[in-house]
Ligand binder design. Structure first.
Ligand code: 4NP
Length: 156
């Protein structure tokens, strides 16, 4: 049997959007009985080793998921060998991933919302410098993205 698909979700800091997307995807995959390796990382290095932003932890908790144990890490070149799908939360992070990608990498790059019918090419907005309502929007977007990504992984 083929090994389970490995998916890396990538934002800028790895403390807001991608840990929420990681938790939402893990939850959606479990609910659908889909075995997958799921992780997240940031293109930036400011929050290496840090837990998710308290506002991200709060919106996850309000939706029944605990992300307090997650820790920030930066994308590494080895990720391009380890993961089948590397999924950016916005265009700037997708651009950085394309620039880091080693020649011959088998990882498929996409935007999270490319996996949602009717939302291809859209970004999940950065909520870091905004207020709590931004995190509600982030949660709605990553939940939709997670459902779409499960469908993509099933179809592979
Ligand atoms: P994230 O949000 O990329 O969704 O984790 C951010 C977190 C931190 C910063 C920017 C965005 N920052 O500038 O430190």
């Amino acid at each position: 049997m083929a090994s389970p698909p490995a998916v890396l979700l990538v934002c800028l800091g790895n403390i807001c959007r991608s840990p929420l997307a990681e938790a939402a995807l893990r939850h959606a995959a479990e609910a659908e009985g889909l075995d997958a390796e799921i992780d997240s990382a940031g293109t930036g290095d400011w929050h290496i080793g840090a837990p998710p932003d308290p506002r991200a932890q709060a919106v996850a908790r309000a939706n029944g998921l605990d992300i307090a144990h997650l820790r920030g890490r930066q994308v590494a070149r080895a990720d391009f060998d380890r993961f089948d799908h590397i999924v950016a939360l916005d265009h700037e992070n997708l651009r950085v991933l394309k620039s880091l990608r080693p020649a011959g990498s088998r990882a498929r790059l996409s935007l999270l919302l490319d996996h949602v019918p009717g939302r291809a090419g859209e970004a999940v907005a950065d909520p870091y410098f905004g207020d709590d309502t931004g995190f509600e929007t982030t949660w709605a977007d990553v939940t939709a993205g997670a459902a779409g990504l499960v469908a993509t992984l099933r179809d592979r």
